[in-house]
Design a protein around this ligand. Structure first.
Ligand code: ADP
Ligand code: MG
Length: 724
């Protein structure tokens, strides 16, 4: 008998590459970079000078584009795309599913005399009208008004998507309803970037920087992912349907040897990475690092940081390209937060800062004056994270991420900030108004020479902290690997905007335009923040039980899962915050609450149905078959006068009967009477369905570990993770 599992193993061990190797010597990567991007340089070369100037001017002002300019840009874009083999153009947008959506239209227009010409107008560039009715809208879009529209985002360049059979011109867009509400992830991100820019400019002005231009939120996301052979993938209904395994006994070897992190990258995997990176270079994504991650079959890719909008679009491309290229190498890229129990899951560390013509605002400076400015921005972030930690928690709340945050791996669901010893010490000194160490030699005064030189690079790296200062940026580590980074960035930008607003208002009042009063005012605001928000700073081990107790004492919320986190999104304070800074209207916030809760229910429901089907049709039958085999052996032995050993059959019989019970319980939990209230429904899934699924799994995994190998049809962890 050959099971799907045995067939998969045979196929994996006989793997041969099917494509020709890349011609990497002929085309240097420097030539490839941005080869498929309608870059600023391409525009400069191809657009008439006045058009180029007009476009740049509108970009700077973020004003609407003049129609004649749009037509000229569209024409240049079309010619460029057609030279690169494009037959179609697509408005690319980012709906609230977290995925990338695209609607393709052909350039071709019939001429009426049997011919056809390629056309692309400014209007088509600027605006599209995809049917919005099939995207989640959380009640914003009334059913009689199904249309939504996409609007060109000229701050994220158009690009060419290649396919062996043709190419497509892709235009990044925002996606809104006709009533003007954002149905997507990009619109609020752009709004939040504007909000934080405006408030940061106010603070910079106080420090004597006039006309600094826009301040950009910057982001550098590190993507973790798994690569496994596609034969194993297709032999596992749970991976295909849910992106994670719902069953699987602990393998004899997991990640305990610590031999994986930064280990040698397997040849097939490296080949796949090289091709992915090459594709990403062509799209202008500045991918920089790659390495083996902690778990077996787990890897990481990280780009150089960019402004948050571009970084977000590029992050979506990274996920798409990884998945597409993996297939060419006979593998599947798993982006789920927890594909395998018992080994590390995947996250997406989002490095974040603020940058402008003055430089990186979270970079400690050379002089005391610069350091005072740095401390103000740093303190604003500390205050924001403390005041709105629940919003940061909501921004990373998904069913997948529930397996990481607050479960048995990094980071905990309690949001705290790691500052590093030196910086934490500075804030302690600011708080007490006294020197706690000899570093400063007396009372610490900002803006004067008593301020100690600040860390250029954070020495210690605390991997357990969900939000860490790492020398010149903050790293938000709680983001899930499959998530769009837009949501977390929207929250970060908005809460920091509010904090900078608070600081700027205080400083403006205290100085009254008199620059000589700045140092004293800064000193006062910093010690106020240090006093009121010190509870969020924690440099210790975030996994420890002591921290959980300590955090509770400090009043830090510990929202352990999605269902517990979601209510924070619609608290009056949260809604007021998003409204005040023009990031999300109340309706938009509420729609997101609904969409994300509904998504949670659907995720768990799908997993439960899949778990049930597998239990009934694959796992239980394997148990029955082995039971039958053992029973037959026992009776044959008896027939020849031997006393059979019944130990295994007894264990098996007990497991099979328990499994039948647990299956019935899961069935009942899924087929509950649906609640009217979405939150009640989500709670049911969390409180009843998830534990019922786990109970089935527990028995199933025990069965796996005693069942005859040739009867078990699901590829095991040992095989999926180690046969490469
Ligand atoms: P590590 O976390 O391993 O030290 P790096 O220091 O290279 O790695 O940074 C990790 C990520 O942080 C990279 O994507 C990098 O581009 C990004 N990063 C560095 N500086 C900034 C910044 N000012 N703003 C946002 N991201 C940044
Ligand atoms: Mg890092």
């Amino acid at each position: 008998m050959s099971t799907a599992r045995q067939a998969a193993i045979a196929a994996v061990t006989n793997y041969k590459t099917n494509g020709a190797a890349l011609n990497f010597k002929e085309t240097p990567t420097s030539e490839l970079f941005s080869a498929n991007v309608f870059t600023d340089k391409v525009m400069k070369d191809r657009l008439p000078k006045p058009v180029y100037k007009a476009l740049q001017a509108t970009l700077k002002k973020a004003a609407p584009l003049d129609h004649t300019v749009a037509d000229a840009v569209a024409l240049a874009m079309k010619d460029w795309a057609i030279e690169k083999g494009a037959t179609h153009f697509a408005h690319v947008f980012y709906p609230l599913t977290g995925l990338t959506a695209e609607k393709h239209d052909s350039f071709l227009a019939p001429t009426g005399d049997g011919g056809a010409i390629a056309e692309f107008s400014g209007k088509e560039l600027i605006q599209g009208e995809p049917d919005a009715s099939s995207f989640p809208s959380g009640g914003i879009r009334a059913t009689f008004e199904a249309r939504g529209y996409t609007a060109w985002d000229p701050t994220s360049p158009a690009y060419i998507l290649e396919n062996p059979n043709g190419t497509t011109l892709c235009i990044p867009t925002a996606f809104c309803s006709w009533t003007g509400e954002a149905l997507d992830k990009k619109t609020p991100l752009l709004r939040s970037m504007q909000a934080v820019s405006k408030q940061a400019q106010r603070v910079l002005k106080l420090f004597g920087h006039k006309d600094v231009g826009p301040v950009y939120a910057t982001a550098g996301p590190e993507q973790e992912y798994f690569l496994i052979d596609r034969n194993f993938y297709f032999a596992r209904p749970d991976l295909v349907t849910c992106g994670r395994t719902l069953y699987g006994a602990k393998p004899p070897k997991g990640q305990e040897f610590e031999d994986q992190y930064f280990g040698q990258i397997p040849e097939r995997v490296l080949a796949c990475m090289l091709e992915s990176e090459r594709e990403l270079y062509k799209l202008g994504v500045p991918v920089k690092t790659r390495h083996n991650e902690v778990a077996p079959a787990q890897y990481e890719i990280a780009p150089i940081y960019e402004n948050a909008n571009l970084a977000t679009d590029h992050q979506q491309m990274i996920m798409q390209v990884l998945q597409r290229v993996a297939q060419k190498y006979g593998m599947v890229c798993l982006l789920h937060e927890k594909p395998f129990a018992g080994i590390n899951g995947s996250g997406k560390h989002v490095n974040w800062s603020l940058g402008c013509s003055v430089g990186n605002l979270l970079e400690p400076g050379e002089s005391p004056h610069e350091n005072a400015q740095f401390l103000v921005f740093c303190a604003a972030v500390i205050r924001a994270v403390h005041k709105y930690s629940e919003l940061l928690r909501v921004a990373v709340a998904t069913s997948g991420n529930d397996h990481r945050l607050g479960a048995n791996e990094a980071p905990p669901a309690i949001i705290s900030i790691f500052l590093g010893e030196q910086l934490a010490d500075v804030f302690t000194q600011l708080e007490t108004g006294k020197a706690t160490s000899s570093k400063a030699g007396g009372e610490l005064k900002v803006g004067v020479d008593t301020l100690p030189p600040l860390p250029k690079h954070a020495g210690d790296r605390n991997r357990t902290s969900p939000f860490a200062f790492t020398g010149n940026k903050f790293e938000f580590r709680a983001v899930g690997s499959s998530q769009s980074i837009a949501g977390p960035l929207v929250v970060l930008n908005t809460i920091v905007a509010e904090s900078l607003d608070f600081v700027a208002t205080k400083l403006e009042k205290a100085t009254g335009g008199d620059a000589s009063k700045l140092n004293a005012a800064v000193q006062a605001v910093l010690s106020e923040i240090a006093k009121e928000h010190k509870a969020i700073i924690f440099n210790g081990n975030g996994y420890s039980a002591e921290w959980h107790a300590e955090a509770e004492k400090r009043g830090l919320p510990n929202l352990r899962n999605t269902v517990a986190s979601m209510p924070s999104l619609v608290k009056p304070d949260s809604i007021a915050l998003f409204e005040k800074y023009g990031v999300l209207s109340e309706r938009e916030v509420r729609s997101r609450y609904e969409i994300y809760l509904e998504r949670y229910c659907k995720d768990i429901n799908t997993e439960a149905l899949c778990a049930l089907a597998m239990a009934k049709t694959m796992i239980l039958p394997a148990g029955y078959r082995y039971q039958g085999e053992l029973a037959q052996i026992a009776s044959s032995l008896k027939a020849v006068g031997k006393t059979p050993h019944m130990g295994t059959l007894d264990t098996l019989t007990s497991l099979v009967s328990k499994l039948e019970d647990k299956i019935a319980e899961l069935d009942a939990a899924i087929n509950h009477k649906g609640a009217h209230d979405l939150m009640a429904e989500a709670r049911h899934f969390h409180d009843e369905v998830v534990p019922a699924m786990l109970a089935v799994r527990e028995i199933a995994d025990q069965l796996e570990s005693i069942c005859a190998d040739d009867i078990w049809s699901l590829p095991t962890y040992r095989e999926i993770l180690f046969i490469k």
